[in-house]
Structures are given as C-alpha cells and as structure tokens.
Design a protein around this ligand. Structure first.
Ligand code: CA
Length: 448
C-alpha cells in the first residue's frame, strides 16, 4: 500500500517533468469519494514510523478523520516531497524542513495555520520557543510572523560516551557539568585508543566523528561561526574557524584517536560505536530507542569546549505543515496540533524513544525519570533551552552556500591541505552562493 503510493508519486513526478504539471490530475488524492480522509507524508526510521502510526491511529479514533500515511526513509523525503509538489499532489499534512520553509511559503505550498492554532487552544508557551519560531515567517524574516507549521520535534544533538569502556580502562568518568577542554578530550581519547587483544591492530578508538554533523560544536565553542549575525557574510575564513577544523582533522591525522579512513570503510564509526569500539559519539533523541538496546552503559555529556570554554552544539527541528490545497484544511490543522502538542500523542512518541517531549511541562517530568537511559537526559533539555543553536543554514533561503563547504573538504580531513588554506579558498565560493540565495529570497518575497 505504502509502496504503491510512493511509486505513484514518483511516476507522477516523472510524468510531470515530461508532460507538464497537470499530468497526474487529482486522482489518488484521497478526496474523490467525498469521504473525509487526510494524507500525511513524513519520514523516519522503523521505530519512528511505528510510533507515529500509533499516534495517528489514536487521532482517527478520537476524531473520526481517516489518515492515509505516506512514509519515506529520511534521505528520500525531500525528493519525494518535491515530486509531490511538482505533480500538484501535495499531501494534506507533511513534514517541513526549516531550510525549505521560506520557499514553500513563497510558492504558496504551505498554509498559514495561525488562526487554527489559536482556535485549538494549544498553549504555545508550553512548547519550546525555538521549535515554534522555526515555523514563523513574515515574508522577510523566518522566526517571526504567521505560523506555517508547528514543530514535529526539536532535535538537540548531544554527545555520548561509552561508560563501560571508561570503567574497563580505569579512566575517571567525564563530568556532566564541566566540559573537557579540547586538549583534555584528546588526552582521554588517546587513553581509550587501544589494541585490546594484543594482535598489533587497534580495535578500540577514542572517537570517530562525521565532519558534517560534528564540526559545528567545535567551531562555535572556539568562537567561530559560519556567517555574521544577519547572515549576509560568510565567515569561515577566520582563525577561530580554521583552528577548530584543523583540530578536528588532527584527531585522525596527528593524534590517531579515530579509526583510519580504511578502517572506517570496513565498518563505519556508527556501527563501531554500537559494537562498543568507540569511546565518544554523538547522540540525538532519535537514537535513544536504538541505543537502549546496546550491551554497554552510556550517557550524555556536554561537548568538549574550545577557546570560549563554553560547550556548543546544534539543535534541529522538523515541522509539520498543512497544504494550501488541502480540501480539509481544518482537519489537517487539527492533525498538526494533535501531533505537535496533544499530551497523549506526545506521550506515545516520547515513550517510543524517538524524540524528547515538545511540551515543556512534560519534559521536566521526563528529565527527572531515571528508569531508562540516558541517565543524564537533562543534557538534551539544556541544549534546547541554553546552549543549542540552529544549524547555520536553518533560516537562510536554501542551503547551497552551506553545503558547499563539505564538497572539497576531504583533503583537509586526509591531512593533505591545511584547514586555513582550504577555508580561504572556500569562503569566496560560499559567499557567492549566499549572495545568490539572498537575491532569490528578495525576488521571491517581491513576487509573492
Ligand atoms: Ca587488536
């Protein structure tokens, strides 16, 4: 059923591309029979799909509104949604990425649900401000104005460690309050990098981090950033930024505390962390249901801190919005407020270990529970409330300028080019993409 549905969308998109936008008409939208049925398109791993389907079943039970779910894997979602938009088959309710909000509003895909949210009685003060504001847009600035969605979740990107490995190595456990300095972190990572069976080959490493998801904490805590405050100038060519990227690359090339590129190819560091071979590894709320099954003890700590002495990391969010073409906009908005802010729905999703509570009062109770891992789950809340930042491209018009940093970064990671030299090269290209995106945003807003 789901597969057929996805196939229909892709075929429509392909046809839409060659035959024009009307190729797929309105068939299969779920509205033709006159029966009230919403389509909801989302993404997630197996545990997340199961949890959302359970929450949606309860919504149908409570409201009598049937919901057809279209679920994709995370990496296919953006493409499938674009295909649905191109084919004039936008689902009634769907996940929106922060970085796409402005273009979906400007092109008329997303509905303004401010009035529906107000009428629903949802207490917005009991939702994380960062989450709610991510889906506000006044036509110029994202973060203020009308609501074009509510948060599906907020995703604090925390840092974990293998407690069992520390105990086996006789190393004092890291503090949950005082972050390591970068030097302290390297020292501990060296102690954890071991040939445990004496065959001359390493089989345990201090860490193994993906640059795209993990560079931010080290750059920010070192006083660097991707742009200036109003997001008009790319600032990756600063000494603070270069120092953090060089330190990141040195973990492998100088300090040898991560699996080599070759070793990571045999088994990636995510798999090695799960096999108990990695000391420090990032942890998001979406990982908790999987990591709960690991056969070692682990917990959360603040990220090691660079020259500012303050931990930093990013907090993401996905939103849930309503299509401007929905034939049942009131019910669609109801599904949004239900998934985002209903207590029973939130409990289902939180108990499944796929996200932290959206409701602040529920989060406080949840943080105090000590029955399941991680023990220091307060760290997730501290990130959301205190030290988490949006991704650099979260509120710019598109992310090409940001993505470009990763395109040619490999020589730095391989130790073949210095971070400073690379960043000096990268800045003008990134700046040119950012300039284009600012011009596009201005054009789109003017043509709206
Ligand atoms: Ca060995």
């Amino acid at each position: 059923m789901k597969k057929t549905r996805l196939l229909t969308l892709s075929v429509c998109a392909a046809l839409a591309g060659t035959l024009g936008l009307t190729a797929c008409g309105s068939d299969g939208s779920g509205d033709d029979s006159g029966e009230k049925k919403l389509t909801f398109m989302f993404r997630g791993g197996a545990d997340e799909k199961k949890a959302y389907e359970a929450a949606i079943a309860k919504f149908t039970e409570d409201t009598g509104v049937a919901v057809e779910v279209i679920v994709t894997d995370a990496d296919q979602y953006a493409t499938k949604l674009q295909a649905a938009v191109a084919g004039n088959k936008v689902p009634d309710v769907f996940y929106i990425e922060q970085a796409n909000l402005q273009s979906y509003v400007n092109s008329g895909v997303l509905k303004d649900i401010t009035a529906d949210v107000e009428a629903s009685g949802v207490d917005l003060d009991n939702l994380w401000t960062f989450g709610v504001d991510s889906y506000r847009y006044d036509g110029k600035v994202q973060g203020q104005g009308a609501l074009y969605g509510l948060p599906k979740d907020v995703g604090p990107f925390s840092f974990g460690y293998n407690k069992t490995m520390f105990e086996a190595a006789g190393i004092p456990l890291p503090s949950v309050d005082e972050p390591y300095t970068l030097d302290e972190f390297v020292d501990v990572a060296k102690k954890l990098t071991l040939d445990t069976n004496g065959d001359g080959e390493l089989d345990q490493w201090g860490t193994g981090l993906n640059v795209q998801w993990n560079l931010q904490p080290f750059v920010w805590s070192n006083g660097g950033d991707w742009t200036n405050e109003d997001k008009t100038k790319v600032t990756v060519d600063t000494p603070e930024f270069a120092e953090a990227l060089q330190w990141f690359a040195d973990l492998q090339n100088v300090h040898g505390v991560t699996p080599s590129a070759e070793q990571a190819q045999t088994l990636d560091t995510y798999q090695r962390w799960m096999a108990g071979e990695i000391g420090f590894f990032p942890v998001g709320p979406w990982d908790v249901s999987t990591y709960a099954k690991l056969d070692f003890d682990w917990d959360l700590i603040p990220y090691p801190a660079g020259s500012t002495g303050e931990s930093a990391t990013w907090v993401g969010s996905l939103g849930i919005g309503v299509s401007n073409t929905s034939k049942h906009p009131a019910d669609a908005a109801k599904l949004v407020t239900y998934l985002s802010a209903d207590e029973a729905a939130q409990k289902t999703l939180v108990d499944a270990g796929v996200q932290i509570p959206n409701l602040i009062d529920m989060a406080d109770t949840w943080a105090a529970e000590a029955t399941t891992k991680p023990a220091n789950r307060q760290e997730f809340l501290d990130i959301v409330q205190d030290y988490g930042r949006p991704m650099p491209a979260a509120v710019t018009y598109g992310a090409q300028w940001y993505d470009d940093l990763w395109t040619n970064i490999q020589p730095v990671l391989d130790g073949k080019q210095t971070a400073a030299a690379y960043l000096k090269e990268a800045q003008p290209k990134m700046q040119s993409f950012l300039d284009q995106s600012i011009a596009q945003a201005e054009q789109a807003a003017a043509g709206k």
